[in-house]
Unconditional design. Structure first.
Length: 153
């Protein structure tokens, strides 16, 4: 039986495995390259893309290393949990600029084990092993912007 996407607070369909994979990929990029999280994201059920402010294109070896690390985190079957903190408490740990206008004073922090933590109101799997296999299907670099397109199987 096929899983149905979940509608978020904006009635946008989300696919929890893909959305959680986005968090893991973001955490991996930060850890491996010291860059910030994605500056834009388009997350869909069949393929998703993240754009990063980045100084260069990735090598084939770097792409393979990113895939391997993301798949290690998925295979580790880490719990995906959430907690609530005030924006004031979150300000020391997170960039609040991406919060929507009118966001409440209390925000939700989504944690992928001890690997990644970020502010997010979206839907996620309960454990990383529910995600499936991750692969980067293409990369593109232009004018200081690195795009990673990824899929799950």
């Amino acid at each position: 039986m096929e899983e149905k996407p979940v509608l978020n607070q904006h009635n946008k369909a989300e696919y929890p495995p893909m959305h959680t994979a986005e968090h893991i990929l973001n955490g991996t990029m930060v850890k491996m390259f010291g860059c910030g999280r994605a500056v834009s994201a388009h997350v869909e059920r069949t393929k998703s893309k993240l754009d990063y402010d980045f100084p260069r294109a990735l090598t084939a070896e770097e792409v393979a290393a990113i895939e391997a690390r993301v798949n290690e985190v998925i295979a580790a079957d880490m719990p995906v949990t959430f907690s609530f903190v005030t924006q004031q408490e979150a300000a020391d740990r997170f960039d609040l600029k991406r919060l929507p206008d009118g966001a409440s004073d209390v925000v939700r922090v989504v944690s992928v084990g001890d690997y990644d933590h970020c502010l997010c109101a979206g839907d996620h799997v309960r454990r990383t092993a529910e995600i499936g296999a991750f692969r980067i299907s293409s990369t593109r670099y232009k004018d200081g912007r690195l795009r990673l397109v990824f899929r799950l199987s």
